[in-house]
Design a protein around this ligand. Sequence first.
Ligand SMILES: *Cc1c(COP(=O)(O)O)cnc(C)c1O
Ligand SMILES: [Zn+2]
Length: 448
Amino acid sequence: MSYSAAFRCASRDDTGCATVLPLDQVVYRCPTCGGLLEVVHDLAALRAAHDGAGWRALFDERWRATRWPHDSGVWGKHEVVAPHVRTEHVVSMHEGGTHLMWATRYGRDLGVEQVHVKQCGVSHTGSFKDLGMTVLVSTVNQMIADGRAIPAIACASTGDTSAALAAYAAAAGIRAIVILPRGKISTAQLVQPLANGAQVLALDTDFDGCMRIVQELAANDGVYLANSMNSLRLEGQKTVAMEIVQQLGWEVPDWVIIPGGNLGNVSALGAGFQLLLDLGIITRRPRICVAQAAHASPLYQSYRRDFAPLEPVAARTTLASAIQIGNPVSFGKAVRALRACDGVVEEATEAELADAAARADRTGLFACPHTGVALAALEKLIARGLVRPEHRAVVISTASGLKFADFKVGYHEGTLAEVPAPRWRNVPEELPADYGAVRDAVRRGLGA
Ligand SMILES: *Cc1c(COP(=O)(O)O)cnc(C)c1O
Ligand SMILES: [Zn+2]
């Protein structure tokens, strides 16, 4: 492939640090200044190949194609995502190309004609983490094929990242190591990496303690680190922005609302829209809203003070467990994306996120708690008059609701401690096996 990309220091605009490194170097932070890295593409080569209309036509031709690897939403955009990966080394499980569901009844209920839900949870391991992991694992697969000694890929995680790493590593035949805080993980969160044969190490510490140890393994033992400071993952995740626009007939929505924890995903979204602009595929950006759980909202606190420097918080337990993060690694990148997209930040309490998910479920969705945070934020943006009836709003659903059955059951049973009065509670009615009793119940249900 005649296109190229490289790691560049993401602090460049603030510090002038000019570090550039090849993508097959095992490096997670800038060796000069310690900042995060980002992937930059040779835009001149991409622009020389196609104009905006040309790229649109190429991507449309490959959309949900049958031919491998273009059947993947990520690898259908190979040139602008990971030109360094040669096709024979791609490790793909048909990620991306998820539906953009026009939630008509839900939108009407909220008084906004066009609410769309980007269903990123409809994916191999049930979350958007697959989009980034295919790029990371493909890169490592190629490095191993090229003779590099990489004994394993490791991550510290409690849920979706470890599920995605375990699956993609297993598909490639690469050893995966998952480091988790012991006793803080549910069976559902453990079962995916166990089933995929990852080595699962449960440590007597919290997530941050696991993170420290996995970084030591990466530094001393040649284990490749898959946590989201690794900016290769964001390259895959940025295809969500591209797909949203493509699925709207290459029109830009007014708003995109996304739940945020470590803030890699909103950074990827910002990078995706920037790339679309750079290639002449679109001519303006949407506004972005990051939605945080009130129990873990350091970005919201910063936003309230005009994006003041990050003050890490001790994240409290939240039903939205994947965004229970008090010291987000991609804070700086996220603020840059938000500033570029005239962005805002909202937060949602436990009751707000649970009720918002349940309200959407009543119109046919099955929202995970993180998506619930985004839906609660949408309700707030409408109340504030920022999202207006004529607007087109896209909510990013980050995981499958089916991964969070305990949350749903607890909500409807009324057993969630922080949600004492669920507004949309629905419980089974237990009746004798008697026609009259059943008929009366049905009539009651019909309001007769
Ligand atoms: C990882 C994850 C998030 C948060 O994404 P960040 O990049 O950490 O902001 C949100 N929802 C789900 C389901 C996730 O797995
Ligand atoms: Zn640097």
